[in-house]
Design a protein. Sequence first.
Length: 328
Amino acid sequence: MTQVNKKVLIIGGAGYVGCRLSDALAAKGYDVTVFDLFIYGDDVFESRDINIVKGDLRNLELVKTAIDNQDYVIHLACISNDPSFDLNPLLGKSINLDAFVPILDACESSNVKRFVYASSSSVYGVKSEANVHEKMSLEPLTDYSRFKAQCENLLLNHSSGFEKVIIRPATVCGYSKRQRLDLVVNILTNLAYNKGEITIFGGNQLRPNIHIDDMVRAYILLLESDRSSIHMETFNAGYENMSVDSIADAVKGAVGDHVKVLNVDSNDNRSYHISSRKIYETLGFQTNFTVQDAINDLVNAFKNNKLADPLNNKMFINVKRMQEINLQ
């Protein structure tokens, strides 16, 4: 598939992953438009060749205008974790669920060719099986993950003729100009480097992770793969299912032996883990980067003062930023 001059709209393209994806697609020659509220700042892109639409995805007329004449739509935007969702459940529902079908309808009216939906590996809930694959039942535990599962169903059953593909990412880690420090690897690296101390609740729980650069590569692959490989398909995307203790050990190894690791007993021993075998066997996707690479990238960002006041800056913590601006 030739990507040059193809038009792609990224809804939520100024987010943690979105800004990196937007830059990568612009570098490949795509005509990139980003639709976003930009509540975490405007200076998030390296490229100057990105079209900007600043707005709320609940503003359907603005959404329709942005979608018009696009070849592809990648839908990343959401209230993106449980604490942020719990802050205002009605807001979360309006953005994560209620706005979804109107966006699909607008894509159909505008003759969009392909729609990529960013779901979440949290839709599986907690499974005892070692390899949690795409054919397993969905047992989401929170409204955030329930609405992700519902949107998957709405997409696959939508009457439109455009190509549809769903991706269920693991927890992303690493450095971005629109940094998040409320994700497990990033949290621990921030605390280790800037505080010298990590507190672990439990520690044996597994968490699936994926380096941000690999996550970007996965989205691009979904744009560029043949219809026969991706249409109506769902793919997990992850790399390492690591215990929280193992992540802490890797962080301490990167930052230094002076880092104190405090273990606290926890009643929440839920483990999340996924298999990414399908995306490898179907699309040939293999990760190129490790959790250790993500930790090293963050350490370098801290050393080079790329992240201002990382222990206190609310821009890096979704729920704190939403509280600060009272997003409604």
